[in-house]
Ligand binder design. Structure first.
Ligand code: GDP
Length: 536
């Protein structure tokens, strides 16, 4: 076997055993709790509470994240790596706060699968819906975990219906809850034909016992409340009769979502979920590029930058570029091409990421994420590779929902202000738009959440010494014009919208509300608008 063949075989083996995912949820659904329980199975942490503890610890050591400390929230996302049952799992963690930023969207660009976490009492919530839209654009396979079954909630059938009606995803219940809240007795695993019994521990106990009995076991009736047992039989009959069977290809096409029920806090149903997740999740796959599809087992290493983070270490004021490995094998200190600049770069000091702890990393495979110290040469969406000059399509900007003029009240600080604005928008901390009226020079900061404004103002002040004033604008939606300026000129004058341009001089329409957007679309059916920026 040649060296290349040996490497390809090694990469194929690594890919088969790698899975990567991000959790999408609304704050309070239990993402931190579920993450913690998953990591416990992986032996990555020794005790529950560690994820939260790490978050707190991080607050004590960060710098511009001083803001996080003041607000007691976590803004940044990290990657958690753990092993389970022979698999290496990358959990791409997303910021948990409601005022989340574009980082949350971008993280999904690096994920191969998503886990949609839903609170059984609340069903689909706004942030979950927004993140779902991004998953849909990427056709990500979505697994659903309905959480907090130990608490009273909405009927399981109603939740499945909501997923189907509102998201257009076909739900397939992989297990089925037996009771709920005080009556919660466990779940029935429809694939394994087994009942997992929920054994209520004393109050406050971190996890509960889990007894598994096979279908047909005469003890079923002894364990289960007879009303719930009959209800379960009826529900299963109904499901078997009307619900479509599980289809892994439909999952991978982003059309079907397997649904699991459990209780992260009591650690019930989490391992069952993890086992099915590993069985059905999409492994790291091929990526589109300017030279066709790049398969993960391509012997050349390639990856793209999906996130840049500044000043993680206050002593060094460094930046870290997070790279998703798409193909080949990453080896520490390897030299790669950087097609955007045409330069060759040595990838030294790579870091494996476990929350904020940075361990040095020797090798990485497709599906993994590496953190590289970034001396300012990387931008969001950049491709790096050892072979060829191909580029991945990059990461689009997502429709911001808040807009404001950013003004510099000190003429003497104009240089620092400009520099800060340019660097922060290059880094992807915020999107900058510009008025088409040449006399209006102030940039328009466009954010997906209020917090992004605060971060930008805070960083301009602390890193560039530039004080700023925000002048809010009354818009709530942005749409890129497909076809650019010529397409816009063809439709002539537009009402109910204002035209601005993005950092790359492309036309963007701002709307006050969806009603105005719909009006413009109705008036000009030929005008194609997109909620994400066009890729190069
Ligand atoms: P996040 O904001 O999505 O990260 O949510 P957390 O993991 O911080 O959970 C929010 C709250 O819900 C916390 O008080 C958790 O203890 C609670 N919680 C999480 N999972 C469960 C569960 O399965 N059952 C119950 N009863 N509470 C839960």
């Amino acid at each position: 076997m040649t060296e290349v063949q040996a490497t390809v075989a090694e990469i194929q083996q690594a890919v088969q055993k790698r899975r990567n995912f991000a959790i999408i949820s609304h704050p309070d659904a239990g993402k931190t709790t579920l993450t913690e329980k998953l990591l416990l199975y992986g032996g990555a942490i020794q005790e529950a509470g560690a994820v939260r503890a790490r978050r707190n610890q991080r607050h004590a050591t960060s710098d511009w994240m001083e803001l996080e400390k003041q607000r007691g929230i976590s803004i940044t996302s990290t990657v958690l790596l753990f092993e389970y049952d022979g698999f290496t799992i990358n959990l791409l963690d997303t910021p948990g706060h409601q005022d989340f930023s574009e980082d949350t969207y971008r993280t999904l660009a690096a994920a191969d699968n998503a886990v949609m976490l839903i609170d059984v009492a609340k069903g689909l919530e706004p942030q979950t819906r927004k993140l779902f839209e991004v998953c849909r654009l990427r056709r990500l396979p979505i697994f659903t975990f309905v959480n907090k079954l130990d608490r009273p909630g909405r009927p399981a059938l109603e939740l499945l219906d909501e997923i189907e009606q509102e998201l257009g995803l076909t739900p397939c219940a992989m297990n089925w809850p037996i009771g709920m809240g005080d009556q919660f007795q466990g779940v029935y695993d429809r694939q394994g034909h087994q009942i997992h019994l929920f054994e209520r521990g004393e109050r406050g106990r971190k996890s509960v016992g889990e007894t598994v009995i096979n279908q047909g076991d005469p003890r079923v009736e002894q364990f289960l409340d007879s009303y719930l047992y009959h209800q379960l039989k009826d529900d299963l009959e109904l499901l078997d009769g009307v619900a479509p069977a599980f289809d892994v290809l439909a999952l991978h096409r982003g059309e079907m979502t397997p649904v699991f029920f459990g209780s992260a806090m009591t650690n019930f149903g989490v391992e069952l979920f993890l086992r099915y997740f590993l069985e059905f999740a999409a492994p790291p796959g091929e990526h589109e590029s300017t030279q066709g599809l790049i398969p993960p087992d391509c012997p050349e290493f390639s990856g793209f930058v999906f996130k840049l983070q500044a000043n993680m270490d206050p002593k060094h004021r460094d930046r870290v570029a997070f790279i998703r490995v798409c193909s080949g094998k990453f080896i520490k200190d390897m030299t790669v091409q950087h097609p955007r600049t045409g330069k060759t770069i040595r990838l030294s000091r790579p870091q494996k990421l476990f929350a904020q702890e940075r361990e040095s990393l020797e090798v990485a495979y497709p599906g993994d994420v590496i953190g590289l110290n970034n001396p300012g040469m990387f931008a969001i969406g950049d491709t790096v590779s050892t072979g060829g000059k191909f580029r991945f399509p990059g990461i689009p900007s997502f429709s911001p929902e808040l807009f404001a003029y950013l003004k510099n009240p000190n003429p003497s600080k104009s240089k620092s202000f400009q520099k800060g604005v340019t660097e922060l928008s290059e880094e992807g901390a915020v999107q900058m738009l510009y008025s088409t009226d040449e006399s209006r020079r102030d940039p328009i900061v466009a954010a997906v959440g209020q917090l992004q404004f605060e971060v930008v103002q805070f960083r301009l002040q602390s890193e560039y010494g530039a004080e700023t004033i925000l002048e809010p604008l009354p818009y709530n939606l942005a749409r890129w014009v497909v076809g650019g300026w010529p397409a816009l000129e063809r439709v002539g004058r537009l009402f109910n919208t204002v035209v601005v341009k993005d950092g790359q001089e492309r036309p963007v329409l701002l709307f006050k509300n969806t009603w105005n957007l719909h009006q413009v679309q109705e008036d000009h059916p030929d005008l194609e608008l997109s909620p994400v920026s066009p890729l190069e």
